[in-house]
Design a protein around this ligand. Structure first.
Ligand code: ARG
Length: 572
């Protein structure tokens, strides 16, 4: 149990009695004692009594004797709470004995669909897809660890009008030639070349239009060529996933095309429900709450004037399928913030249609952009979109070089493995350690640094602990009692005890910077502890207790980083 919460629960009734109504005791960690409650100050104004007198009365009323070694009124009216060593020891020992580190499996598991990554066929994955992949994978890992049934949905852009020109371009190149070009991962070049022909050549345009019709009509020869394009791109995406070390696999591809047969029934149902309106020749829904700048309701186009269905209709069909057929009650869409309006409208329309009703709910897990060192959208030198594989390889190369430099004893294979874990970890962590709604600057020096709120810093802390156990010649010892006494070991224990509450909060908010920040505080507290409290040089029960604390720290760091999708090598 979370200590803040435990203390809050004890203080709240005492405050309530003094104030004659509910009061939040506002308990937080403090430098003066272990915890501090500030509520008496605000209450003083309200009650017109001196804050110290209020604090004193609360002190006398609150039942804290079993938890705290001392409770004191200090300064203008703070309550300083010092937790008893045996209380902290009991909590931390229970955590150490628990293979799940105090995080229970949820009592009511849900079916959760995590819609993430979603790159587009025959187009380079851009950094927005990188963010979606990294954040979505962390969400999938976390919710799965908590015991939910997680369905990963990779909503690939694999359908629509551009496929007419892409298929015709493929035909021009010949299948073998096209396959070669696509397998090099040069998807943008392929797309651009098709686009240029489409813009310049009227005959090509006509062929492309006919192709779209053939594709939508299910012409087998056309479908085969389309499949070829999709498969080539999918295998490219899979190399990126492999390199990125994410849990997405081939089985999770749920491209837009997979909802093809559901589009007409979905739109028909909207029609039956009386939600369709004709606007400029297209069939639209006008979900409540979405208005344009002129105050007019905004349309969500579900069937275009040519009878085709687009992105919004596909998302409606997918949503209806996810709640109705898959039985999902939590739908996550990990997609950049520019699509916020789209999702607002899709969710509102789905609510109107009755496809999204409690307990089912949908969340747009939005995020900002990755910026280059110049503070503008990340671009390649040539000004095009940055190739993701290039970016990832650069991270691994830089990290491998640093690993060799720092530890010349590493063999080639180990250096490569460490370089991969650290390089990819650094990229992912940089993405997850800040508020996801904000943009952030890709800064190699900073994210690969062994100091600061970085993956390498946390990986280093982990590997240091592993090396303690190697030197001790003992295996880790989960389950041994921990009795923190020194200030630095108590501080570390307080951080560790906070892990379950952080995990719980992040499962709701999907704000992974809270978890990252927590792990960073754990690592900082560990480093202070390790500086001040001898472990291997201590004797008897103190040594045992400290080893157990080290072991627990490594397990929390290891599990926390696992949830963020980051590996923890045994040595750096
Ligand atoms: N393919 C889309 C894009 O690149 C992302 C798909 C997001 N998922 C969804 N269900 N719309 O922008």
């Amino acid at each position: 149990m979370d200590l803040e919460k435990l203390l809050t629960d004890r203080l709240a009734p005492a405050f309530a009695a003094v104030a004659g109504g509910p009061v939040d005791p506002v308990v937080r960690r403090s430098h003066h004692a272990d915890f501090q409650s500030d509520a008496a100050l605000a209450l003083a104004r309200q009650l017109g009594r001196p804050p110290r007198a209020i604090a004193e009365e609360v002190r006398q009323r609150a039942e804290l004797a079993d938890l705290c070694a001392s409770v004191e009124v200090s300064g203008p009216g703070f309550l300083n709470l010092t937790v008893a060593d045996r209380t902290l020891g009991g909590l931390i020992s229970a955590l150490a004995a628990d293979p799940r580190l105090g995080v229970p499996v949820v009592a009511g598991p849900e079916t959760v669909v995590v819609d993430y990554s979603g790159p587009n066929v025959a187009k380079e994955m851009h950094v927005g897809h990188l963010r979606s992949t990294v954040i979505g994978d962390a969400a999938a890992r976390l919710l799965e660890w908590l015991g939910h049934r997680v369905l990963r949905a990779n909503h690939l852009g694999d359908w629509g009008t551009p496929f007419g020109m892409l298929i015709e371009h493929l035909v021009d190149l010949g299948e073998a030639g096209a396959a070669r070009e696509l397998s090099m991962g040069d998807l943008d070049a392929f797309y651009k070349a098709a686009r240029e022909k489409f813009d310049a050549d009227a005959a090509f345009r006509d062929r492309s239009r006919l192709r779209v019709v053939a594709l939508q009509g299910g012409d087998p020869a056309t479908l085969r060529l389309w499949r070829l394009l999709v498969t080539q791109s999918e295998s490219y995406f899979l190399t990126v996933y492999e390199l990125l070390d994410v849990t997405l696999s081939e089985a999770d591809f749920r491209g837009e095309s997979s909802y093809h047969d559901l589009l007409a029934p979905t739109v028909d149902e909207l029609d039956r429900l009386g939600l369709l309106r004709r606007s400029d020749g297209a069939d639209c829904v006008f979900p409540p709450g979405s208005v344009g700048r002129d105050g007019e309701p905004l349309p969500l186009i579900v069937r275009k004037s040519d009878g085709g269905y687009g992105y919004p209709a596909t998302d409606l069909a997918a949503l209806r399928h996810r709640t109705g057929t898959l039985g999902a009650t939590r739908l996550l869409y990990v997609v950049g913030l520019p699509q916020r309006r789209h999702f607002e409208m899709v969710f509102a329309a789905a609510e109107q249609a009755g496809w999204l009703a409690p307990p089912a709910r949908a969340e747009h897990v939005g995020f900002g952009s990755i910026l280059g060192p110049d503070g503008r959208m990340l671009r390649s030198r040539a000004g095009g979109s940055v190739k993701l594989v290039g970016l990832l390889n650069e991270a691994v190369e830089r990290a491998t070089a640093l690993a060799r430099e720092r530890n010349p004893e590493l063999g080639d294979a180990e250096a490569a493995e460490v370089g991969r874990a650290v390089g990819i970890g650094a990229i992912k962590y940089a993405d997850l350690a800040g508020d996801r709604r904000k943009d952030y600057v890709l800064d190699w020096e900073r994210m690969l640094s062994l100091d600061g709120n970085t993956a390498p810093y946390l990986q280093y802390a982990y590997s240091r602990i592993r090396s303690i156990f190697r030197r001790a010649g003992v295996a880790a010892r989960p389950g041994a009692d921990v009795a923190p006494v020194e200030a630095a070991e108590r501080a570390l224990a307080f951080e560790l005890v906070g892990f379950p509450a952080v995990v719980d909060a992040v499962a709701g908010s999907l704000e992974f910077h809270q978890l990252a920040g927590h792990l960073h505080r754990v690592a900082v507290a560990f480093s202070a502890f390790y500086e001040r409290c001898p472990v291997l040089r201590a004797d008897g029960p103190v040594r045992e207790s400290r080893l157990a604390l080290c072991d627990l720290t490594a397990r929390v760091l290891g599990q926390g980083l696992y949830l963020l999708g980051i590996r923890t090598p045994e040595r750096l």
